[in-house]
Design a protein around this ligand. Structure first.
Ligand SMILES: [Zn+2]
Length: 242
């Protein structure tokens, strides 16, 4: 069987037979990959603990007819160990893993931007410099943007008129001016639109200076925007504290 190497984030695992696991990975070069890890549920396994969700690993895989097999795993960054100690960061991180799996729909389709965004997001989540919900919101907006669903916050998504507009509608793809507004649009505070824009561009100084009320309102709108673009909502989102 041909071998290949790649680095990856472990998105999810599930049991296979007596001692094996199927590991869902987001890799740097090969996009989403599902691979078998043989014998990892045995206590004698050499790499069982390296293949837990959140782990950033360097892998060697053997190509298979259906599923590839993981033959070597080295830890690059143990995000699992760091996020596992903090419930809020762990649940927000889990929502990031689920989002990555849902947005990268094709197996073995290179998605390097999604990979880099997820590694950066998990690093920020583990670093504890920003609030967990803000790291999550920023990640969600950016990963939607990478998927082709970039929301507009600084111009009307319908007519292009620049400025901070009052109406926000996920189905329209962002903010709308008074002329273009459609029924059912949210009317967030101007400050909330600025927070959303800062989360998308990574302007952390602006995010840190924001009022908690506007951060909460922004989180609600990010969740609405995400669920509009995913067919089913995220299971893990129910556990994220808002
Ligand atoms: Zn307009």
């Amino acid at each position: 069987m041909p071998l290949y190497r790649d680095e990856a984030i472990v998105l999810r695992t599930h049991k296979l037979g007596e001692a094996d696991r199927i590991i869902t990975l987001l890799t740097r070069q090969h996009g989403r990959v599902r691979a078998v890890a043989k014998g990892v549920r045995r206590t004698t396994s050499r790499f069982g603990s390296r293949l837990e969700p959140f782990m950033h690993v360097d892998l060697q895989l053997a190509e298979g007819r259906n599923l590839d097999t993981i033959t070597q795993a080295e830890t690059l960054d143990p995000f699992h160990a760091r996020l596992g100690l903090d419930y809020e960061r762990y649940t927000a991180g889990t929502a990031m893993l689920e989002t990555a799996e849902r947005l990268v729909t094709e197996e073995k389709e290179p998605s390097v931007q999604h990979f880099l965004l997820l590694v950066g997001g998990l690093r920020a989540m583990a670093a504890e410099e920003q609030a967990a919900s803000q790291v999550l919101d920023s990640y969600l907006l950016r990963s939607l943007a990478v998927s082709g669903y970039a929301p507009s916050f600084d111009h009307c998504t319908s007519c292009g008129l620049e400025g901070t507009h009052r109406y926000f509608n996920p189905s329209a793809g962002g903010v709308l001016c008074t002329t273009c507004r459609i029924p059912g649009s949210a009317t967030p505070a101007h400050e909330t639109i600025r927070v959303l824009s800062a989360l998308l561009t990574g302007d952390w100084a602006c995010v840190r200076a924001a009022d908690p009320r506007h951060l909460r309102e922004a989180s609600t709108l990010v969740a609405a925007y995400l669920s509009w673009h995913l067919e089913r909502g995220l299971r893990s989102m129910a556990y994220v504290e808002r």
